[in-house]
Ligand binder design. Structure first.
Ligand SMILES: *Cc1c(COP(=O)(O)O)cnc(C)c1O
Length: 425
């Protein structure tokens, strides 16, 4: 066993560091191999969505060509195959994060997972005087559902302050809030999509647990980028989005600790989530089916499982290392530009680098980069309150994935210098 592991690790190391192996990896992503505005495409918008490898595309095509049918209620062969594919994907997702299969609820993505908990858990467990603790670096998806539920329950949303451009949070505020007795749930991001900060999730979950506070980890930016185990993290809930981890759009997952899921009311009503229905009343199916009303995204779940196989074949530890290498390289190169402001920590960051350049409006910068075939994202990155607090209305963001290279960053730097000369002249 040990020698097997060593062999696979060393061959994996080569895959993202070695140019020949990297070429093979990139060939698995046909979309990367195209000319955009007369230049070879450089795709640096992976924090918004990642590209999908051939094996994922083929898993979806094969399902629709051979097995397509509705799940669970059918007895015929195709329906059984569809059910096996869908439930197999649930088991794969559980394995991917160290959960039990019945602790995985398929959703459209992170946003729906948060809305599910805010409603199904929040409506029953929050009231006047209660607080929902978030951080100021949350994505709008981890703010707005809680604001809505706070209004309906008379509870209050409280934010752990982000103190500076580096993304450091106010630790003493966090401690005071969690020990106040008022906070019922603490929901926070694993990796900030704006700052590239990686939060100490296990430590925060432990602090929450010691104080009887439910914890929710938004793992949208982390799930496809690093090994992850919900037992080690110690969270009650965790959410992920397939499309940010090489899988299709429209599929994601909520992990919920079995006893917490059991205690919750349904979120949406419909088929699949019931055990028995009369004209007056209905009885709920078991967890996790209780939370999956209607025909689910079967093909999406199958694509998600294929993506997990792909990522684990590359090695999530290798992907994390590759992200860190690219982020450090980009940070180092960008720092050399005059009058640049880079958000997030200098070291230990995820593969996300946001920056703004004096005398170069972000909108113009992104548009001119696109004209040279480089896909960056510009704007508030669904983090408007934080940007406002830091005195910015927009930043440009380069975000990386396993198929990006330092050569691409070099080309971005050449183009950025040229664009800056133009905008600042
Ligand atoms: C993208 C993202 C979300 C929302 O994910 P969806 O896939 O759009 O539902 C939430 N949180 C973070 C940190 C994100 O990056």
């Amino acid at each position: 066993m040990v020698s097997d592991l060593t062999i696979s690790e060393s061959s994996n190391t080569k895959r993202l560091n070695d140019p020949v192996e990297m070429e093979k990896v990139r060939n698995q992503f046909p979309i990367l191999n195209q000319i955009v505005n007369k230049r070879p495409l450089i795709y640096f918008d992976n924090a918004a969505t990642t590209q999908k490898p051939i094996c994922v595309l083929e898993s979806i095509e094969s399902y629709y060509k051979k097995d397509n049918s509705n799940v669970h209620r059918g007895i015929h062969t195709l329906s059984q195959r569809a059910t096996d594919g869908y439930e197999g994907a649930r088991a794969r997702t559980a394995e991917y994060i160290g959960a039990q299969t019945n602790e995985i609820v398929f959703t459209r993505g992170t946003t729906e997972a948060i809305n599910l908990v805010a409603n199904a858990w929040g409506l029953d467990n929050l009231g006047p005087g209660d607080e929902i603790l978030l951080t100021e670096m949350e994505h709008h998806s981890n703010m707005v559902p809680w604001q809505l539920i706070a209004k309906r329950t008379g509870s209050k949303v409280v934010y752990v302050p982000v103190c500076n451009d580096q993304g450091e949070i106010d630790e003493s505020f966090l401690r005071q809030a969690l020990t106040s007795g008022r906070v019922k749930i603490f929901s926070f991001t694993y990796i900030s999509n704006t700052l590239g900060v990686v939060n100490p999730v296990a430590q925060w979950c432990e602090l929450a647990r010691q104080n009887g506070v439910i914890s929710f980890v938004d793992a949208a930016q982390a799930c496809g980028h690093r090994p992850m185990n919900v037992q080690e993290i110690g969270c009650d809930f965790l959410a992920m989005s397939g499309h940010k981890m090489a899988a299709p759009t429209g599929i994601g997952a909520l992990f919920g600790r079995a006893d917490v899921l059991e205690s919750m009311s349904p979120y949406q009503g419909g088929g699949e989530m019931i055990s028995e229905v009369t004209f007056e009343e209905s009885y709920w199916n078991v967890v996790p089916h209780k939370f999956e009303a209607g025909t689910p995204n079967i093909a999406g779940a199958i694509g998600l499982a294929a993506a997990m196989d792909y990522l684990d074949d590359i090695g999530r530890d290798q992907i994390a290392e590759h992200d860190a290498t690219l982020a450090a390289y980009a940070y180092d190169q960008l720092k050399r530009l005059d009058d640049i402001r880079i958000l997030g920590p200098a070291t230990g960051r995820a593969g996300v680098v946001s920056f703004s350049l004096k005398g170069a409006p972000t909108q113009d910068l992104i548009t001119l980069a696109d004209q040279r075939g480089i896909a960056l994202r510009g704007g508030h990155h669904c983090n408007q309150p934080l940007m406002r607090k830091l005195g910015l209305d927009a930043t440009a963001r380069a975000s990386f994935y396993l198929y990006n290279t330092t050569e691409e960053i070099d080309r971005m730097m050449v183009e950025l210098r040229d664009i800056l000369d133009f905008l600042r002249s």
